[in-house]
Design a protein around this ligand. Structure first.
Ligand SMILES: N[C@@H](CCC(=O)N[C@@H](CS(=O)(=O)O)C(=O)NCC(=O)O)C(=O)O
Length: 216
């Protein structure tokens, strides 16, 4: 059986957890804090990041959330999370949405750690730059949510784009509760609320983690 190295607040890991659940692929969840010295992540990922999907042999591993999802889609095409190969533009649009989601998450993580530095070492221009990326990405996602034709962002069933967007919104709700995205983008908030009702979302709700070791 696969093992997924995850972290309780991780939006990247939540994408994979939801995809595994939607594809009915059983796995063991191994929850870690990747910044703590106890993490096993570096054994499997030279980039020392989770999520990491450890395969049945307990040694081979797939890492980088967007690649793990591509790997799962290729290896387990039943219950597809992307439109059919004959719908190239729709597939590419779903991946474009994931690119924006991951980029917003990356910027949030960078801003989070910059704010963790002692005040005299903190760079406000750097934080401002990251938050500009967050706002720009959320604006794009908000527009796509507004333009949604049916219940889902791409196609007529739950897919990669919804899983990515839902994971980001859940991360903001968990780690950035004072952010005003839900008021600014009501269609995005409504879509997220619908997604959170799904069992695979209910079973993967994020929660904060405590870091024991100094990170920055
Ligand atoms: N691009 C990566 C980003 C993953 C990532 O940043 N993971 C964090 C944990 S979390 O932010 O998702 O909770 C991590 O392992 N960070 C450890 C490190 O950067 O050394 C992906 O999509 O998998």
């Amino acid at each position: 059986m696969f093992t997924l190295i995850s972290a309780t607040p991780s939006p990247y890991a939540r994408k994979v957890r939801i995809a595994l659940a939607e594809k009915h692929i059983p796995f063991t969840l191994q929850t870690e804090v990747p910044w703590d010295g106890t993490t096993k992540t570096p054994r499997y990922n030279p980039l020392e990041k989770l999520p990491v999907l450890i395969l049945d042999d307990g040694k081979s591993a797939v890492y980088e959330s967007s690649y793990i999802l591509e790997w799962l889609e290729a290896k387990y095409p039943e219950t597809p999370l992307l439109p059919g190969i004959d719908q190239v533009d729709a597939r590419l649009f779903a991946k474009r949405i994931e690119v924006v989601v991951d980029g917003v998450c990356d910027a949030l993580v960078l801003a989070f750690f910059e704010k963790m530095r002692e005040p005299e070492k903190r760079s406000q221009p750097w934080i401002d730059r990251q938050m500009r990326k967050v706002e720009g990405g959320l604006k794009a996602l908000g527009e796509w949510a507004d333009q949604k034709q049916g219940d889902y962002l791409v196609g007529d069933k739950l897919g990669l784009a919804d899983i990515a967007v839902g994971s980001l919104c859940g991360y903001l709700d968990c780690r950035w509760p004072s952010h005003t995205w839900a008021d600014t983008y009501p269609a995005l908030k409504k879509h997220w609320q619908m997604l959170e009702e799904l069992p695979s979302f209910q079973d993967t709700r994020p929660s904060p983690q405590t870091m024991k070791d100094k990170v920055v």
